[in-house]
Design a protein around this ligand. Structure first.
Ligand code: FES
Length: 138
């Protein structure tokens, strides 16, 4: 059990309030269906290390936002994996081998261009209408 100040420190050290994009990737599955467990883990390890290497995983002075990454046990697509989804853009990618992840990082996460030949759906999430009223009370 941690205190509120510990939680605040975690929020700061992870850069949660500076997240620009959140990437989920299917890896280390309980039931590996979209790809082998090895391919999922290779994709996850590559994503993690490449974001870190490029200083995209934490906010910096030069770039005050960050890319957050999460290993999902299964994204429920269960075909042609490793499956990856990038929010808030809502772009779903298939067959994300390390080579493809490198393209997604360079072209999409840095260059803001969807890697069309690996994307199988683009569906940005709608703004939740019921939150709009909440802002009125602030
Ligand atoms: S096992 Fe990868 S999406 Fe379900």
């Amino acid at each position: 059990m941690t205190s509120q100040s510990d939680l605040t420190k975690r929020v700061e050290s992870l850069g949660l309030a500076q997240i620009q994009r959140h990437v989920f990737i299917c890896a280390d599955q309980t039931k590996p269906l979209c790809c082998s467990k090895e391919d999922g883990l290779a994709a996850w390890d590559y994503l993690k290390s490449r974001l870190k290497e490029l200083n995209l995983d934490k906010p910096t002075i030069e770039r005050p936002t960050c890319i957050f990454r999460t290993k999902a046990n299964c994204l429920r697509v269960c075909d042609q994996g490793p499956i990856m989804v990038v929010y808030p853009d809502g772009v779903w990618y298939r067959a994300t081998s390390p080579d493809i992840i490198d393209r997604i990082i360079q072209e999409h996460l840095i260059g803001n261009q969807i890697v069309q030949d690996c994307a199988f759906l683009t569906h940005p999430l709608p703004t939740p209408a019921n939150f709009e009223g909440d802002h009125d009370h602030q």
